[in-house]
Design a binder for this molecule. Sequence first.
Ligand code: GLN
Length: 298
Amino acid sequence: MQKLLEKIYLTNKEAISKGEKASYIPALAKVSDSLGLAVRDHSSIYTAGDTEFKFTFQSISKIILLLVALQDSNTEDLFNHVGMESSGDSFNSISKLDFTHVIKPYNPFINSGAILVASLIKGFSYQEKLKKITSLCETIFQRDSISFNEEVFTSEKNSAYRNRALAYLLKEKNILKGDVEEILDLYFKCCAIEVNCIDLANLGYFLSINKHSTIPNKHFQIVKALMLTCGMYDYSGEFAVKIGLPSKSGVSGGIVTCVPQRMGIGVFSPRLDSKGNSILGIKCIDELNKALHLNIFR
Ligand code: GLN
């Protein structure tokens, strides 16, 4: 495994400057070019490249929001507020949300859905809600503290015109309840959690084994099904056909992949394709998949 990761790293690192970094959050455009890979299986963790390099969680945090919200409401109630269908639209799409027949966001992994999911997390204060999220992250990453990239948080908060439009549209339609700005702050704060590839491999592994004292098996199944169908934005269908592994991407360039009952994979490289997925991230996962026959439909 170690040799395979190093080989994949070496063959791909030449291309680390191809593609564009996300720039709609200005602080993300400043991240340096890098490539890191990590795999966690039942016995060990394997790494290659810039695996200690810290980047922001972004959309991958939608997995944690969903896990926490599922614990706070029953499954049926949660899916009364947010759907479970892939939208076929980009992650920040607003167009379909404004149709009168649309009574909930398509799924928890597009921005409108994740903002709604964030609003379902219960707590007496913003801090208490955030604590639920960071505590779960600490367990999954096997760390005793979680840090935030305050520059990315502020940069996103100050330029989030589209997310603010989504949230206020949900509020106007009476789908979103509560203080919109506080809900958005919780959402931005989760996107600004600092992680590295090893954290993502640990997350993938955590999702793969379905074992936790307070998270029921059913919640793990829901999260993985949604990762497979909606986790890679409007590339999810093609990714499922070509790679066939539950995965979740973030605009900072991270991808977490889960090989059920077998391993977790974390990849980071900040240059993105037109859909917002890490170009080298997808390539490295594809190569690992081909070498190890990981596709769940094989
Ligand atoms: N913070 C980002 C946003 O809301 C997350 C999007 C993403 O990673 N796709 O726009």
